[in-house]
Design a protein around this ligand. Structure first.
Ligand code: GUN
Length: 283
């Protein structure tokens, strides 16, 4: 069985649309998301376009600021400072990766934590790891929603996360732990990866390498979440990190690529933007 992130994202966006309409009445304006794109990395351009479309579908005011790849770090930091001070801006997202001459950490640190709809600011990350109120990063948040949609009772299960990135691996491991899974994080230096992944009732794969998980590495009946977005070098088609067709025969369910995690990341970005707006309302 395939878990459709596309369908679930449509459901979430429909709910958010209703909520935004109510909030607009209450506050006199809609939530606002500003996305900054530096340069024109094709994958980033496509993500940013998807985010703008989702904002329109939900009724979130949005603006994409496109900057030249040669933009200096200081001017990007200046722009972020202006957006932080602008009360009509509720969410700020700087699309990553940034050109190599810009220090990503300095940029993330510059975003006001209340407007950090990615949940990448160190204060949001620390808050997540300490059970404090925070912005939950979009992809991990979407993954938990997908697992629940698949009817997975996470508590007590063995979860294996392959990949240890700041954006996906580490935060999704923490969210799975918060759902009372027993969590293992595997990575490029893990010995005998298949031995580890075969233990998983819930397998989350986020490494960015096609064919990382083959059918023999999956426990029969497992739920498999494929976070990878890769382009097949021969067909040019998008593919994940998992051999979807072979693994589908072994797993209870699996997320497809495209149409799995990707649309949920965007829907959760919409949710985070609405939450950032709501947090500002006098109630
Ligand atoms: N690049 C790839 N994924 C992401 C994401 O979730 N947020 C941002 N800002 N950049 C990304």
């Amino acid at each position: 069985m395939r878990i459709s992130g596309k369908e679930l994202s449509l459901k979430l966006k429909a709910e958010l649309k209703e909520k935004v309409a109510l909030l607009k009445k209450e506050a006199g304006r809609a939530p606002q998301l500003t996305v900054i794109l530096v340069g024109n990395n094709p994958a980033s351009v496509s993500y940013v376009t998807g985010k703008a479309k989702a904002c329109e579908a939900v009724g979130i005011d949005n603006r994409t600021i496109r900057l030249d790849a040669s933009t200096e770090e200081a001017s990007l930091l200046g722009l972020i400072a202006d957006l932080n001070a602008d009360e009509t801006v509720d969410g700020i997202l700087v699309q990553l990766p940034l050109p190599p001459h810009i220090d990503e950490n300095r940029v993330i640190d510059a975003i006001a934590k209340e407007k950090d709809v990615d949940g990448f600011h160190p204060l949001n990350v620390a808050a997540l790891w300490q059970h404090r109120p925070c912005t939950v990063p979009c992809t991990p948040k979407g993954i938990i929603k997908l697992l629940k949609e698949a009817g997975e009772d996470i508590a007590g299960k063995r979860a294996v996360v392959v990949g240890r990135s700041n954006i996906v691996g580490l935060p999704v491991a923490k969210l799975l732990l918060d759902e009372n899974a027993t969590v293992t994080i595997a990575h490029s230096r893990t010995r005998n990866l298949g031995e580890v992944t075969r233990e998983a009732d819930i397998l989350v794969v986020a490494v960015g390498r096609p064919g990382t998980i083959t059918a023999d590495m999956v426990k029969p009946g497992a739920v498999v979440i494929d976070v990878g977005v890769n382009r097949n070098s021969t067909t040019g088609k998008l593919c994940g990190d998992v051999d979807t067709e072979a693994v589908e025969a072994v797993a209870r369910c699996i997320t497809p690529v495209p149409g799995g995690v990707g649309p949920m990341t965007i829907a959760c970005l919409m949710e985070n933007t609405v939450e950032a707006f709501e947090a500002k309302l006098p109630r």
